[in-house]
Design a protein. Sequence first.
Length: 364
Amino acid sequence: MAIRYLTAGESHGPALCGIIDGMPAGIKVCEEDFTALMKKRQGGYGRGKRCQTEPEKVEVLSGIIGGKTTGSPISLLIRNADYVNHKHYMHPFDEPSPEGEIPIPLPGHADFAGAIKYGLDNCRIIRERASARETAIRTALSVPARNMLHTKNVTSVCLIESIGGAEGKVNYSLPESEIKKMVDKNGDLFLTMDSEIINVWKSLIDEAKKNNNSLGGTGCVIFYGLPIGLGSHVQADKRLDSIIAAAVMSIPAIKGVEIGYAKALSEKRENSTDGIKFNSEKNVFTRTSNFAGGIEGGMTNGQPLVLRFHMKPLPANSRSESVNLKTLQPAFPEAYRSDVCAIQAACIVVESVVYLALANEITD
């Protein structure tokens, strides 16, 4: 049975909610699984004050009993603590207060296109749903999917490769245990293998905050233990790289996805295919390299799945020129977000949506 999920809720509404259907029965899930993962999503240097005020406690409404999935749809809820401060213009039935209206679209956000598409002059209606706050519930929904894949010896590690153009040192040829050890050593502030880059990144983020700017970056998530043959070559919508790219590109501020070393390969002038060998003693196939990043022809090939993504600077501190949709006069949007850099959180969210995609392939 295919796994599918839906989410609902606004950034400053009463709550975020989600439902995931198709999970097998008997998968172990505990409260700490949710708590630990949500804490990771809120982490990283450069995050804003809302991460400190939102507990992001996940409430399980159905589908898990006695610490195990039941096979029924799993429904989850995360209440927005900040709703109490926005109730006067986010209440489901009361007339919204005019002070909550946002008539000036923020360039780089969904405001402008959404307002034009739906015939609105109040961008808040678009912004509340388009906000990356929605990724909190998607992250929570990934917990049973993660736990199912862990029973099949699928594991993962998240890393930040660069922030604001400053690149940290990476070595993906190292064993998974070594990479995790290096990342865990530095992981409270930055998921990185390179201890020496941390102060550089901190300085860049501090400077951006001082100048009311924000920073993007490049992240990487590596999945280990995937069997050969997830996905298929037979139809475009069955190709795993297509499915994964769609999932990752659905995350706000993500503007590019690479499987393996796509950009580097595009610049090479010699053969970069991954040779195939057979180890008769262990009765397994091996590869001489992993330039393909674990996917060939839309299918996993038994190598680690190396997924790299590129996140743009967050637009909310932007002072780019805009237009008041009520008066059609030139105007500048208000700066409202306090996140300066969210690449670490993006790593966790990317990891989450890919776990959901992989779980669907495993059970399909």
